[in-house]
Write a protein that binds this ligand. Structure first.
Ligand code: UDP
Length: 323
C-alpha cells in the first residue's frame, strides 16, 4: 500500500486528490493549515492541521514514513502576488524549501509539485509545450518557477525525484458531487459566473473584449480537476516505478473564450446572466492553451472531461449543493 502525504489536501485540487488516492487504496495523510482549506473537504485518511514549515510538526508527521509527498499548498492569486510579493515568496518558496528539507532529513525521495502555466509568462506560441521559454510576468509565476528550478538542483545533489505538473485553468468539480471549488474571495471565471447564475452575485465582469481572439475575449484551456488528479496519480506511479524527474503541461489542448464560457454557463444553468464589460485585467495574456502531448506520450495521460458543458455542469451541481 502506498503511503502518501498530501500537503494542502484540504484545498480545491488537493481534496479531490485525497479522495482519489483513497479510492485507489493508498494510505493518505493530509497536512493543511486550513487558512484556505476546509476540514470537511478531507474525505479520506488523517488530517494534521499545521504549517508545512513547522519543523517539529513535520518531524512528527514524516516519521510515519511516506513513499511520496504531493504538494498543493500555495497562494494562487496573481493580482495579490503583485500587491503582496513577500507573502508569496514566503509561502510558496521559503515554506516549500522547509518542507523539502524536512523530507530530505526523513529520506522521502519522491515529490509531486503543483506548478502552473503562469511560469511561462506571455505566450510566444500556442499551444504551449514544455519547451516554451519560461519568463513569468508576476510574482506568483516566479515563485512556482523558482521551486521548479530548485527541484532540479535538489535532484542533482540529493537524489530527490520530482514531477512538476503545470496546470492551465483548473476547473470543474468532483463528478460524484462531494467536492468543489470554495475560494474566499472567489476570483475565477467559472465559479463567479455560476454565482451570478445562482443569483448570489448581481453581475459578471468581463475583463476585456478587445483581445486578438475570434470574439475579442481571452481564451483559456480549462482542465477538469479530476483530470488533474488523474495526472498526479500517473506521475506518482511513474516515480514509484523508478522514473526520473519530469515536467508536464496539463491542459485539454482546447481553448474556450470568456464569452464561450458565459454562453455555456447560461445554457447549462438555464439562467440569464447580467454582464458588465470592464477593461482588460492586468497581466492577462490573450490566449493560453496547453500542448499536453508529452504527458500523453510518457504518462499515458489525456484529459477525459474535455467538454466544457460537462466541466460546468459538475461545477454547477457543486455551486447549488453548497447553499
Ligand atoms: N475573467 C473575467 N471575469 C472575471 C474573472 C475572470 O472576464 O470575473 C477572465 C480573465 O480575464 C481570464 C479568464 O476569465 O481571461 C480566466 O480567468 P481566471 O481568473 O478564471 O483564471 P486565470 O486565467 O487568471 O488563471
Amino acid at each position: 500500500m502506498q503511503k502518501i502525504l498530501v500537503v494542502g489536501g484540504a484545498g480545491f485540487i488537493g481534496s479531490h486528490m485525497v479522495k482519489m488516492l483513497g479510492q485507489r487504496g493508498c494510505q493518505v495523510t493530509t497536512l493543511d493549515d486550513l487558512t484556505s482549506g476546509h476540514r470537511d473537504a478531507v474525505l479520506v485518511g488523517d488530517l494534521v492541521q499545521g504549517d508545512m514549515a513547522d519543523r517539529a510538526l513535520l518531524d512528527g508527521v514524516l516519521s510515519r514514513g511516506f513513499d511520496a509527498v504531493m504538494h498543493f499548498a500555495s497562494f494562487i492569486e496573481v493580482g495579490e502576488s503583485v500587491q503582496q510579493p513577500a507573502r508569496y515568496y514566503q509561502n510558496n518558496v521559503v515554506k516549500t524549501l522547509a518542507l523539502l528539507d524536512a523530507m530530505r532529513a526523513h529520506g522521502v525521495q519522491r515529490f509531486i509539485f503543483s506548478s502552473t502555466a503562469a511560469t511561462f509568462g506571455e505566450p510566444q506560441y500556442t499551444p504551449m509545450d514544455e519547451q516554451h521559454p519560461q519568463h513569468p510576468v508576476n510574482p506568483y509565476g516566479r515563485t512556482k518557477l523558482m521551486v521548479e528550478q530548485l527541484l532540479a538542483d535538489y535532484e542533482r545533489a540529493y537524489g530527490l525525484r520530482s514531477v512538476c505538473l503545470r496546470y492551465f485553468n483548473a476547473a470543474g468539480a468532483d463528478p460524484e458531487g462531494q467536492l468543489g471549488e470554495r475560494h474566499q474571495p472567489e476570483t475565477h471565471l467559472i465559479p463567479l459566473a455560476l454565482q451570478v447564475a445562482a443569483g448570489r452575485r448581481a453581475h459578471l465582469q468581463v475583463f476585456g473584449r478587445d483581445y486578438d481572439t475570434p470574439d475579442g475575449t481571452c481564451v483559456r484551456d480549462y482542465v477538469h480537476v479530476q483530470d488533474l488528479c488523474a495526472a498526479h496519480w500517473l506521475a506518482l506511479q511513474s516515480l514509484m516505478g523508478g522514473a526520473g524527474s519530469q515536467k508536464y503541461n496539463l491542459g485539454s489542448g482546447r481553448g474556450f473564450s470568456v464569452q464561450e464560457v458565459i454562453d455555456t454557463v447560461q445554457r447549462v444553468t438555464g439562467r440569464p446572466m447580467a454582464l458588465m464589460d470592464q477593461p482588460r485585467r492586468l497581466g492577462d495574456p490573450a490566449r493560453l492553451v496547453a500542448d499536453p502531448g508529452l504527458a500523453q506520450r510518457v504518462l499515458g495521460w489525456q484529459a477525459q472531461f474535455t467538454d466544457l458543458d460537462t466541466i460546468i455542469a459538475h461545477a454547477w451541481r457543486w455551486e447549488n449543493r453548497k447553499g
